[in-house]
Design a binder for this molecule. Structure first.
Ligand code: 5AD
Ligand code: SF4
Length: 458
């Protein structure tokens, strides 16, 4: 019998954002193409890979804990690889911290994975792919493995040129490089032909997209993908307020498939803090963009990211963030305590806010936002919402799906069994801070081929 290593098996665990999740789909496709088989546990695998996130210290530490947990398995012939942002940030220092690691590869080097894997297979104990952050090339591969047959990601821009004072991304993912609109549209059309109805355009800074061939703007690309036959929903994330132009809202007004949801990270409601964060917009400019969205034909749901406890943030600054939550009327807020990151300009400011104060501000902010969401979600009571079904929660006896506004909707369906990937109108009967609940009223559209097995969600 051949050993696990000769069989070429791999296990991959992904940490972090949607960009990482999608990068992993490309890495998996590349490995399968190289003759590897994916397995579900570390124990079964010859090659163990972690696609890592370093946005905050906690995320980074998680990876090192995971590596430490599995250290003893090296003696069983397993190889370990660190991919993604921690790999790019820490580089060969990872070999010192975790000597059982033999592959360290940043996201800009995934194009070279086949040759890096060949080196690894040849027995090289220290293989690195770290040098390509200044590349003009985006990582495109025809081998991407998309696990969800209905909703798929397409990266349209990689990297970030903004250099916000707290953020490690420009150092881990390198400079911005956009993919040609022709190539994006070709991939979206191919996905639509294969039955994907929900397409998510991705980028760390998605709306600073610049077509390298100069054919279309970001808004033009959104509209073009939204008009493809078979595409029912187009989403895009994450938008930067500085690059958020009015034509994006106009595209949403004129193309119904563009989902009426925008994730627009504000980070702080205080212009003074925003300036120190190097965000390149003021509170007023941000609120102007919110006003454009509020004036759209369809109601646009808006979500955001907030950092509390950035160096020098006073009680008054924090109060301004709270008051901005009220003015913007967010449908969801992801909030974080400031975490000092290597290489970033904010390291020049002392991390002046104690952890206890950061935690206190975070709690206040989250509780205020929870109350706002409770009252805002009530507007859906009695409304009809179109939901794409994602699965069935057997313990609750409810189907689960998402609206175009990205709201989680749980619903019952006494009269018919919905199909995963199908679209249904659901009458909302109850609302909660983070979800809606209701009853299926009618079918809008179902896929021709229904899945054989039903994903059961917990
Ligand atoms: N500390 C805390 N939060 C951060 N984010 C980015 N960098 C940091 C940091 N150093 C948050 C921002 C960003 C989200 C993805 O993570 O809010 O929008
Ligand atoms: Fe980080 Fe700012 Fe770029 Fe977002 S825009 S990835 S916060 S540097």
């Amino acid at each position: 019998m051949s050993s696990a290593r000769e069989e070429k098996t791999f296990y991959l665990e992904t940490f972090g954002c949607q960009m990482n999740v999608h990068d992993s789909e490309k890495v998996i496709g590349t490995l399968l193409q190289q003759g590897y088989r994916q397995v579900e546990s570390v124990e079964e695998a010859g090659l163990v890979l972690y696609n890592t996130c370093s946005i905050r210290d906690k995320a980074e530490q998680k990876v090192f804990h995971r590596l430490a947990d599995f250290r003893s398995l090296q003696s069983k012939g397993k190889r370990f690889g660190v991919l993604g942002c921690v790999a790019q940030q820490e580089g060969t220092r990872i070999f010192e911290r975790a000597p059982h690691v033999s592959l360290v590869c940043g996201s800009a080097s995934y194009r070279n994975l086949p040759s890096l894997l060949a080196e690894l297979e040849a027995g090289n104990p220290r293989v690195t792919g770290l040098d390509d952050r200044e590349t003009d090339q985006a990582f495109e591969t025809e081998f991407t493995v998309r696990n969800n047959p209905h909703r798929g990601y397409i990266t349209i821009i990689e990297g970030c040129d903004k250099f916000c004072a707290y953020c490690v991304v420009p150092y881990t993912r390198g400079k911005e490089r956009s993919r040609a609109s022709r190539s994006v549209i070709r991939e979206a059309a191919r996905m639509a032909e294969r039955g994907f109805t929900d397409i998510q355009l991705l980028g760390q800074n998605v709306n600073s997209y610049r077509d390298p061939e100069g054919v279309m703007s970001f808004a033009g690309l959104l509209a073009a993908v939204g008009r493809l036959p078979g595409v029912r929903r187009v989403r895009f994330t994450t938008s930067h307020p500085r690059d958020f132009t009015r034509d994006i809202v106009e595209a949403m007004d004129s193309v119904p498939a563009i989902c009426n949801h925008v994730h627009l990270p504000v980070q702080s409601g205080s212009s003074r803090v925003l300036k120190r964060m190097l965000r390149e917009y003021s509170r007023e400019e941000y609120l102007e963009r919110i006003a454009w969205m509020k004036a759209a034909r369809r109601e646009i749901s808006i979500t955001t990211d907030v950092i509390v406890g950035f160096p020098g943030e006073t009680d008054e600054d924090f109060e301004q963030t709270i008051s901005l939550l009220e003015s913007a009327g967010y449908d969801g807020v992801f909030s974080f305590k400031y975490s000092p990151r290597p290489n970033t300009p904010a390291l020049q400011f002392p991390d002046s806010i104690s952890d206890a104060l950061k935690a206190q501000r975070l709690t206040i902010l989250q509780e205020r936002q929870r109350q706002l969401q409770i009252s805002q979600n009530r507007r859906y009571l009695g409304e009809m919402v179109e939901v794409m079904v994602e699965g069935y929660n057997s313990s609750r006896g409810q189907w689960i799906g998402r609206s175009a506004q990205n709201k989680v909707v749980n619903f019952v369906s006494p009269a018919l069994v919905p199909v995963v990937g199908g679209y249904y109108d659901v009458r909302i009967r109850a609302t909660f801070p983070n979800s809606l609940a209701g009853e299926l009223e009618r079918t809008c559209w179902t896929p021709e081929r229904s899945p054989v097995t039903l994903p059961v969600l917990q």
